[in-house]
Design a protein around this ligand. Structure first.
Ligand code: FAD
Length: 472
């Protein structure tokens, strides 16, 4: 029996995809940056089938690429071009094994779509707070493997903070059962953390125990026009203090981000009568109803008096709240429609975000006159999507998307040098994948890289699990 026949015997012939049309969606990455090739896509339906699949591939010396919803932004879930690997998709691992509102836990298989888990939590009158633009298609195993962030990190933490236990198929096919519901467990190394954020390089996550929270009963959302970028910091601090630390989102929206949204994405409207350079989307929530809206209104009134804010609108309905969020969520899509974008997902200490934005903006504008800087995102976490849109001007600087994108590495170096010089991170929430392998090698201290390589060698000595990702 050859490998594909063995795999078909394990998962069923219908779950071994080898035809070009069937393979295509698994081989291209979200932004079209990478187009890989594969022997096959395998779709196991249980942990045992994942384990048998991995054993068979390992036995044949075949590299494996785990894949969830394939919404990752660094090419981590896409196989290389050599066509030697198999993609192991978790899309049939979609069972929710348990929802426990007493333990405040949810136990689910890795292929569950994030939005379905949010829904299951809500049905138990709980909240699973991980929330991001791709939640309708990303899968929890992918979220765990990229340690996804999103819009609620401020209050609830990254995915790492939301995981209590994991079940993982190791690169040799053994199953590691760490599927615990414990809040406390100090019995040596916390092994689950090895696999969180490992981008599939250490094994395949097959199931997880997630933390739930009480469901919010009151949500107050405002779009605030800032007097200047720097005003975001005291405003954010005041919102935390005034609301009993109930701020769940604090997202920065620049003028150009809103303008591009209005131009390209249906339903995006400027909530203000006059244009403002910098806006902050603030959201407060609490499981105890009453008082949040008033607290927000008072805080904003004072901020207007003190000159931190120049205008503010509080959402009066769920529809208006959705409108505010649409402004924020539309920015990446609008940028895509505007032409080429060079992206940076960087973090610095929250207090240094305005300085970082100003320094990076000056530096990239000096290097590439006409470039349009679109810095937006999770200000409350110190995480900025410092994205660049191609110049509007005619060639040589503008109009030519390919010429602009050819400067990707140069722009990365400028921005990342400044960010690392400010003790920041070159990848705050999207991971490394293939896209940032060289950047990681360039910026990570040698001791860090050495430890990471040793972990990889210990868990995956033959280097068959998602090779070429994170580490060279
Ligand atoms: C519109 C949009 C908005 C986004 N917003 C955010 C955001 O706000 N914050 C954020 O952090 N990210 C964001 N992302 C990026 C992306 O959605 C996340 O990285 C998500 O967590 C990836 O999940 P996935 O199931 O699509 O993983 P995939 O893309 O399939 O895989 C991502 C990585 O995880 C590995 N992997 C997947 N499943 C497993 C598994 N079961 N076991 C082991 N390894 C696995 C893959 O090999 C790959 O390296 C966004 C993406 C889009 C398209």
């Amino acid at each position: 029996m050859n490998l594909l026949e063995r795999l078909a015997a394990i998962v069923g012939p219908g779950n071994v995809i080898t035809d070009a049309a069937g393979l295509a969606p698994y081989l291209v990455e979200e932004r079209g940056l990478y187009r890989g090739a594969a022997l096959a896509v395998i779709r196991p339906g249980s942990t045992a089938e994942v384990a048998e699949t991995v054993k068979a591939c390992a036995g044949a010396g075949i590299p494996m690429v785990p894949q969830g919803g394939n919404t990752g932004l660094c090419g981590g879930g896409v196989p290389s071009e050599d066509g030697r690997s198999v993609v192991i998709s978790t899309e049939r691992l979609t069972r929710i094994r348990a929802v426990d509102p007493v333990d405040f836990t949810l136990t689910a298989e890795a292929g569950c779509v994030l939005a379905n888990l949010q829904q299951a939590a809500e049905e138990a009158d709980c909240l699973f707070p991980l929330s991001l633009g791709a939640e309708g298609s990303c899968r929890i195993g992918g979220n765990i493997s990229t340690n996804a962030g999103g819009t609620n990190v401020l209050r609830y933490g990254n995915t790492r903070d939301l995981v209590l236990g994991l079940e993982v198929v190791l690169p040799d096919g053994r199953i590691w059962n760490g599927l615990k519901r414990l809040r406390k467990d100090n019995t040596g190394y916390a092994l689950q953390h090895l696999f969180i954020g490992a981008e599939g390089t250490l094994g395949i996550v097959t199931a997880c125990v997630l933390k739930l929270f009480p469901r919010p009963r009151e949500i107050a959302t405002a779009m605030v026009a800032l007097s200047e970028l720097e005003a975001a910091l005291p405003l954010f601090a005041r919102a935390r203090a005034a609301s009993g630390d109930s701020v769940t989102a604090c997202e920065l929206v620049p003028r150009i981000g809103l303008d591009l949204g209005v131009r390209h994405v249906p339903g995006v409207r400027d909530p203000f009568d006059t244009p403002h350079d910098w806006m902050l989307l603030l959201e407060l929530s609490s499981s105890r109803p009453g008082g949040l809206r008033d607290a927000l209104e008072d805080m904003l009134g004072q901020a207007l008096e003190d000159g931190l804010a120049v205008d503010a609108v509080i959402a009066e309905s769920a529809a208006q709240r959705a409108d505010f969020w649409r402004i924020r969520e539309a920015i990446p899509e609008a940028q895509k429609r505007e032409g080429g974008s060079i992206k940076h997902d960087v973090a610095v200490a929250t207090s240094r975000v305005p300085e970082m934005i100003r320094r990076c903006t000056s530096a990239v504008e000096a290097a590439l006159p006409g470039v349009r800087v679109v810095p937006f995102g999770h200000l409350g976490d110190g995480n900025t999507h410092f994205n660049l849109t191609q110049p509007e001007a005619p060639p040589p600087n503008g109009a030519d998307k390919a010429a602009f994108l050819a400067r990707w590495a140069e722009m990365n170096r400028i921005v990342h040098d400044i960010v690392v010089g400010m003790e920041g991170s070159i990848s705050a929430e999207h991971g490394i994948g293939r896209l940032k392998v060289d950047e990681l090698a360039h910026y990570k201290p040698e001791v860090d890289l050495d430890l990471m390589r040793r972990v990889k060698e210990a868990v995956d000595p033959r280097g068959l699990m998602n090779p070429g990702k994170i580490l060279r």
